[in-house]
Design a binder for this molecule. Structure first.
Ligand code: UDX
Length: 461
């Protein structure tokens, strides 16, 4: 059965294709030789940040028609000109190539009228107590509700923003119902469809997912999402709304736990003279464990892990639970960057007035993002101990400068290499090409090439 309001266009009958396309652009089909019929849809995406924009651009690539909505006029203008307002590998190319399938607007009414499904992809930043700020999600849900009031047809609302279990049902649902005057499950559908996109490889992650999780309030919503994701060959996990929300948090918490775990093992290995990477390789071959996310070093950062872990801990405490493992995962991660300073001091005992080269400021390679970067506590500590910091990063210097304008920023990695000692904090490819001979290098990210240094120390190896 067609999940939309256009039964004729969703029959899957190959002979009707041309006719349907011309009759109604709201729900059209294309013939895909290898996969049979695919239902293509009209989608709107609320929030043109990295999740919203990658989601929109990838859905457009798959043949859907996408309308991106944002309050930022400059972003809207750039997207409409086929330009990416943010740095994300492959995104700019998609926006220009599939320009005919994507438009952007600040007008929610226009977007809702001309789409059948709306994805909520706005941010959920942390508040100072670790809990998360739902104001953007609430504002968008209200706007969607107001626009649905004016729309006769059934519409599907999908939450993609990372939200704690219960948020879609207890916050989004009542807001949309209140402002639309409509009933969920009857007049509009509701679903939760978390994203698992890593910064820097988000386009690839979207197009080649390990799994797709869809939590649905009602069957019609489930049918629409099944049809939308039909082109993917990975497992599609169908759950309740709250389980879908929890899967996202549990996945991120588990990945962060894996890293903190291997860092704790790594600290032991370092004392015992064991190479943790050999240990991780040996462990990782056990299918039950897996090698991914067992790279030890100075810990995890980014816009997701720190925020999600803190939100999960705050939520657990609110529910009367004592999340011991999660708290220790964060604690290990907070202490891990200081290991590199400890090791540095074995070779440069007094940091006052000494020049320390900092290689890498981004929280990981492939991004200009410094949120949660391990470079932040490390630079803070170096400055507190009176060191002169010379930093270099191929992408993230501008962002870091906003937080630490007082350090020296080098125009090349070679420049930063002329220091009393060098700390490697991000595993950028270009750091592999440097000549470390004669240098003192303390490595937080396992850069094989740096082992040629006069003095080389790895954090966990
Ligand atoms: C993460 C999740 O991977 C993604 O699924 C989710 O949707 C968003 O959060 P991202 O923040 O882009 O993605 O970074 P990721 O590639 O996961 O790395 C996170 C941090 O862990 C980085 O600081 C990285 O350097 C560190 N890391 C990763 C390790 O220290 N060791 C590892 O083995 C892997």
């Amino acid at each position: 059965m067609c999940p939309f309001n256009y039964p004729d266009t969703c029959t899957g009958d190959p002979n009707r294709r041309e006719e349907n396309y011309e009759i109604d652009l709201h729900a059209y089909q294309s013939l895909n030789e290898s996969r049979g019929y695919v239902v293509l849809m009209n989608l709107s995406i609320a929030g043109a940040g990295y999740v919203g924009l990658v989601t929109g651009a990838c859905f457009a690539k798959l043949g859907n028609r996408v309308i991106c909505m944002d309050i930022d006029e400059m972003k809207i203008d750039m997207i409409n000109r086929g330009l990416s307002p943010l740095y994300e590998e492959g995104l700019g190319e998609l926006l220009i190539t599939y320009r005919d399938n994507i438009e952007a607007t600040t007008d929610y009414g226009y977007a809702l009228r001309n789409s059948d499904v709306t994805f909520i992809c706005v941010g959920t930043p942390s508040k100072s107590d670790g809990s998360f700020d739902l104001s953007f999600v609430r504002a968008v849900a209200e706007e969607i509700g107001k626009q649905l009031k004016e729309k006769e047809e059934w519409h599907l609302v999908v939450v993609k923003s990372t939200v704690l279990p219960g948020t879609t049902r207890d916050v989004v649902l009542p807001i949309v119902e209140k402002h639309s005057g409509k009933r969920v499950g009857r007049d509009f559908g509701l679903a939760m469809n978390p994203e698992f996109l890593r910064e820097g490889v988000a386009v690839k992650d979207f197009l080649e997912p390990d799994r797709i999780v869809i939590g649905c309030y009602d069957e019609r919503s489930r049918d629409v999402l099944r049809a939308l994701y039909k082109v993917f060959s990975c497992p599609i996990v169908e759950t309740s709304l709250s389980a879908a929300e929890m899967i996202k948090y549990a996945s991120n918490a588990f990945l962060a736990t894996k890293i903190s775990f291997i860092n704790e093992i790594g600290n032991l290995c370092k004392r015992a003279g064991v190479d943790t990477y050999e240990v991780a390789d040996g462990m990782g071959l056990d299918e039950r464990i897996g090698r991914a996310f067992l790279d030890s070093g100075i810990g995890w950062g980014g816009s997701c892990f720190p925020k999600d872990l803190h939100a999960l801990i705050a939520w657990a405490q609110e529910l009367g639970e004592n999340p011991r493992i999660l708290e220790r995962v964060v604690e290990v991660n907070d202490l891990q960057p200081l290991k590199i300073i400890e090791l540095l001091k074995r070779h440069v005992p007094l940091l006052t007035g000494r020049v320390i080269g900092v290689f890498g400021l981004a929280f990981k390679p492939g991004t200009d993002d410094v949120r949660g970067s391990r470079a932040l506590p490390i630079v803070k500590q170096l400055l507190e101990e009176g060191a002169i910091v010379k930093a270099y990063d191929p992408e993230a210097m501008e962002n870091f400068k906003k937080l630490y304008p007082q350090i020296e920023y080098c125009s090349s990695a070679e420049d930063a290499l002329s220091s009393d000692a060098v700390l490697i904090l991000t595993r950028w490819e270009e750091f592999r090409k440097l000549d470390y001979k004669g240098k003192v290098v303390i490595d937080g990210r396992r850069l094989e090439e740096a082992k040629k240094a006069k003095i080389y120390e790895g954090v966990c190896w």
